[in-house]
Structure formats: C-alpha cells, structure tokens
Design a protein around this ligand. Structure first.
Ligand code: OSB
Ligand code: MG
Length: 368
C-alpha cells in the first residue's frame, strides 16, 4: 500500500522541570512529529534531535531540513514497509541524519503494524508485557535538591535511579545517595564529561557499587573506554558512542563497555536498534532502552522496543507526568508497579491528540 501523504509538525513542549546535564540545560523540547498516511491509516514517528548540537550533531533545525528536503519527499509515493532490506536500501541514498531517519522509520513501523492490526511490540518480535521503568534525574542546584528528587521518584515506584554527574559533582553526591537510600539500583551518567586523565576519580566510583557508569569519556574514544573498563569493577555503559551496529561490535570486541544503552533515534530507527539488541543478546551483553525526553509518541516506540527479550535492565522510560504537564497522547503513560505496558491496540496503541498537536505546532509541512 502506498504512503500517500507525509506530514511534519514541530511541537514545543515545556518540560515540567528544566533538565540539566554536563552538556547544558533544556527547558523546552522542540519535538518533531512525522505522520505518514495511506489507505486511511496514519503512522506516527518522533524525532529526538535536541535544540542544540550537544548530545549529537543533529538538531531540530538539521532534522527539519533533512526531513522536508530529502527524507519525506522520497518516502511519499513509495510502498516501503518495514521489510528491513528495502528500507535499508532506500536509506543508503541518504547518509547521516539518523534521528531524522528514525522518525520516518518509526512512522512506517506504526503504519505497518496498524494495517496488520497488531501492536507494535508484537510486530517488532517482542511481547505485550510490562517493561520496567527507571528515571533519569538532571543535575540539581545542590545535593539536597537531588536527594529530594530521588526520594520522590522512589516513592513513585521507579525501579532504578539514574543521576547525571560531572567532574566535582560526583563522589560526594553519589556517597550522599548511598548514605541516604542504601542499596537502590543506581546509575551515574557523565555524558562524556571526563577524560582518561580522570582515572583516579572514576575508580573511586567503584566504592558505590553502581549498576554502571554511562558514557564517561568522549563518544569516539573506544580505546579510552577499553582502558578504563579494564581498570574499573563498575560496568561501563555506552550511549553516545554507539551510533551503528558496527560501533556496537567494535565496542564489544575492544572491551570498551559491558552494557549498551539503545536509543532508536540515535541509531537510525527501530530495525537498527533491534539489530544491536540481537548482537548483544548473542554475546550475552545486557541492553536497556534509553530516552530523549520523548512525548508519548516516541515513548510508545521505546516501550514496544523494550519488550524484546534482551532488554533485561530498566529503561529511561518514565511516565508522561515525569516530563510534561500534559502529553500528546491518550491515555498518558502511567507507571503501574514501576512499569509501563504497551497497549493492546494496533501499532503504537496510544491515541494521538491531533487537535492539540495542530494547536501547539509552530511549524508544519505537508507533502502530498
Ligand atoms: O544521556 O541519556 C542521556 C536526555 C536527553 C539526551 C541524553 C540523555 C537524556 C536522559 C533523559 O538521560 C532520559 C529520559 O528520561 O528520557
Ligand atoms: Mg546517556
């Protein structure tokens, strides 16, 4: 069936609290939504590019250009489905822009699953089952503010806490959390704020029995991460470094990490994310689903992906409330027993609030 129409919306959504990492603070998410329609059905995808080129070179602006000038015009009128080979072949004409491409690819997954009448989790090869939710907490004004956040999220039932760290906002903070909250499942995410010269302080973190340290060094520093992993007891988890299946293979071959955070946006879509999952599963390496402050649409894709069997650790998949005053989907994503569960309805399962998206959109492009 043909993809008759492609639409792109830019929807600014204010975060309920600004999110600060070693890369800076985010107040408003400029969410890009892709809607692909054919035969009376619409599939939805979300682009996770940030407002600034900190986490990755892509931004809302580069993604907008890639989508409107190349990706959407060439998708419209095709009969592409999630048959991975044909799509992969299509993408070879458009190198780069993984986050923009992922938004299109996810919309195709949703469209296909809706046509077939199956939930996205099933279409991907997962199960319709709850997935354990963790929460990622940004850098706070001071440690007391952070401890209050940790306490609140533990009360909400989150199964694991992740905190952002950077040089001089690390050892004391982590010790403070351990002193107050005991043995909770805890991750420290550095977003590349350290160098191999920080070996001593990174090794001190072994005292805190973290589940993992996420992305301590620069994204391209596979050797440095391998050296560090050799001297750390704490598993290293890579996020920014893993943009492709080749990156994942290289990281595992070199011993640069023991865990991978998979984000479909970062790696160019759900099929590629699943490919990295499959590789890790073969090698007995645990993976978990990362987050990029998605709306309920991107979250639905992440939740579906996280039902694959290799996602054995809680994801950065939190309830709608954790991020936004009001989400773009109904029902909103809610925590139940520390988990989110994909709905039984076809595709992403949640209903997209189109009137609200139209009302909030600051930019819109229609092709077809
Ligand atoms: O490094 O995992 C990260 C958000 C935006 C960009 C990068 C990261 C994050 C988060 C938040 O940690 C995860 C979430 O709750 O969506
Ligand atoms: Mg990270």
């Amino acid at each position: 069936m043909q993809i008759e129409r492609a639409e792109l919306f830019q929807v600014p959504l204010e975060l309920r609290e600004p999110f600060e990492s070693s890369a800076g603070a985010v107040h408003v998410r400029s969410i890009l939504l892709v809607a692909l329609s054919g035969g009376g059905i619409t599939g939805w995808g979300e682009c996770v590019a940030g407002e600034t080129p900190h986490y990755s070179p892509e931004t809302t602006e580069t993604a907008w250009a890639a989508l409107t000038e190349r990706l959407l015009p060439t998708i419209r009128g095709t009969t592409l489905t999630v048959d991975t080979e044909a799509i992969e072949h299509h993408w070879t004409r458009f190198p780069g822009h993984p986050m923009a491409r992922a938004a299109v690819e996810m919309a195709i997954w949703d469209l296909d699953a809706k046509r077939r009448g199956v939930p996205l989790c099933i279409a991907l090869g997962g199960q319709q089952k709850p997935v354990a939710a963790g929460v990622s907490i940004g850098l706070q004004r001071d440690d007391d503010a952070l401890y209050r956040r940790v306490e609140g999220f533990l009360e909400d039932g989150y199964r694991r806490i992740k905190v952002k760290i950077k040089p001089r906002r690390d050892i004391m903070t982590l010790r403070g959390i351990r002193d107050r909250f005991g043995n909770i499942p805890l991750i420290a995410d550095a977003n590349s704020a350290y160098t191999i010269g920080d070996m001593t302080v990174l090794r001190e973190m072994d005292d805190f029995i973290l589940m993992m340290i996420e992305q301590p060094l620069a994204p391209d520093d596979f050797d440095g991460h391998a050296q560090l992993q050799e001297r750390l007891l704490t598993p290293i988890c890579l996020d920014e470094s893993i943009v492709s299946l080749d990156d994942a293979e290289r990281a595992l071959d070199q011993g640069s990490c023991r865990i991978i955070n998979i984000k479909p946006g970062r790696v160019g879509g759900l099929a590629r994310a699943r490919g990295i999952h499959d590789l890790c599963r073969e090698r007995d390496v645990a993976v978990w689903c990362g987050g990029m402050h998605e709306s309920g649409i991107g979250r639905a894709h992440n939740v579906a992906l996280a039902t694959l069997p290799g996602f054995t650790l809680p994801g950065d998949i939190s309830a709608s409330r954790r991020y936004f005053e009001k989400d773009l989907v109904t029902p909103e994503w809610e925590l139940e027993d520390g988990s989110l569960t994909p709905l039984e309805a076809p595709g992403i399962g949640v209903e997209v609030d189109l009137p609200r998206i139209l009302e909030l959109s600051v930019r819109r492009s229609t092709i077809g």
